[in-house]
Design a protein around this ligand. Structure first.
Ligand SMILES: *Cc1c(COP(=O)(O)O)cnc(C)c1O
Length: 232
C-alpha cells in the first residue's frame, strides 16, 4: 500500500512543550498535578517521522482514528520503541475488532453491545485485551458514534460485569457547534454515577477547558503536528 502522509513540521518538540505547559497549568487550576492528566498525541494523517519526532521529544502515547492507517504505521514503530502506547480514538467496526485488539493498547470507542461481544471473543482468542473506554454521544447526534448517555450504564454492566472487559472510563466528542463545557460536565457526572475514574475529553481547540473540568486524558492532534487538510 502506498500512503502519502502530511508533511512533518519542524517544531513538533516546541509545540509539544507548549501543549504540556498548558495542560500543567490547567491541571493545577483544577487542583491536580500535571502527571494526573495524560496527553494522547493524535498523529492521524501524519507519517512515522512525525511520530518519531514526538517520541524523541518524550511523548509516549499516541492516538489514531483508523485501524488500517495504524496498521500501516505502527508495527515498525512499536518494534523500535516497545514503550510506545497506542490508543484507538475512531469508530471501530465489529469485523475489525480482532485487528484493533491485536495492535492497540487502549480502545476508547466501545459504544455498543455487538462490539463488546466481538472484543470479548477476540480477547479469549488472542489472550490479550486493551483497556477500554465507553464512548458516549453526549450531544445525541444522529451521525456520531457513541452510545446514548442513558444507555451507558447498561453497556458498562454488560461489558465489565458480564464479559469481564477492562472498562476504565468514558470518552466523548462534543458537537462542533455547541459549547464543549456542557458536554464535559455531562461526561464527568456520568462517570461519577458509574464510578469510573478516567475521562477522555478535550482536543486541540478545547483541551484546556476539558482539563479544568476534570479530564484525565486529552487527545491533541493539530496543536502538536500541524493542520490537517480538510477531509473531502
Ligand atoms: C482527530 C481527533 C482528535 C484530535 O483533533 P485535533 O483537533 O487535531 O486536536 C481528537 N479526538 C478524536 C476522536 C479525533 O478523531
Amino acid at each position: 500500500m502506498t500512503q502519502s502522509w502530511n508533511p512533518t513540521r519542524p517544531d513538533i518538540a516546541e509545540a509539544l512543550a507548549s501543549v504540556r505547559e498548558t495542560i500543567a497549568l490547567a491541571a493545577r487550576e483544577s487542583g491536580r498535578g500535571p502527571e494526573e492528566v495524560a496527553l494522547v498525541a493524535v498523529a492521524k494523517t501524519f507519517g512515522p517521522s512525525a511520530v518519531e519526532a514526538a517520541y524523541a521529544a518524550g511523548q509516549r502515547v499516541f492516538g489514531e482514528n483508523r485501524v488500517q492507517e495504524a496498521q500501516s504505521k505502527y508495527p515498525d514503530l512499536k518494534k523500535r520503541h516497545p514503550d510506545l502506547m497506542l490508543h484507538l480514538i475512531g469508530p471501530l467496526q465489529t469485523n475489525k475488532a480482532g485487528d484493533a485488539l491485536a495492535l492497540f493498547d487502549v480502545i476508547e470507542t466501545l459504544d455498543r453491545e455487538k462490539l463488546a461481544r466481538a472484543l470479548a471473543k477476540e480477547r479469549d482468542r488472542q489472550g490479550r485485551c486493551p483497556q477500554l473506554y465507553i464512548q458516549v454521544n453526549t450531544g445525541g447526534e444522529a451521525q456520531k458514534a457513541g452510545c446514548k448517555a442513558a444507555d451507558a450504564a447498561a453497556l458498562l454492566q454488560l461489558s465489565r460485569d458480564e464479559l469481564n472487559l477492562p472498562v476504565i472510563g468514558l470518552m466523548c466528542i462534543p458537537p462542533l457547534d455547541e459549547p464543549p463545557a456542557v458536554h464535559f460536565g455531562l461526561l464527568k457526572r456520568l462517570a461519577q454515577d458509574l464510578d469510573l475514574e478516567n475521562l477522555s475529553m478535550g482536543m486541540s481547540g478545547d483541551y484546556e477547558a476539558a482539563v479544568m473540568l476534570g479530564a484525565t486524558s486529552v487527545r491533541v492532534g493539530s496543536a502538536i503536528f500541524g493542520q490537517r487538510p480538510k477531509p473531502v
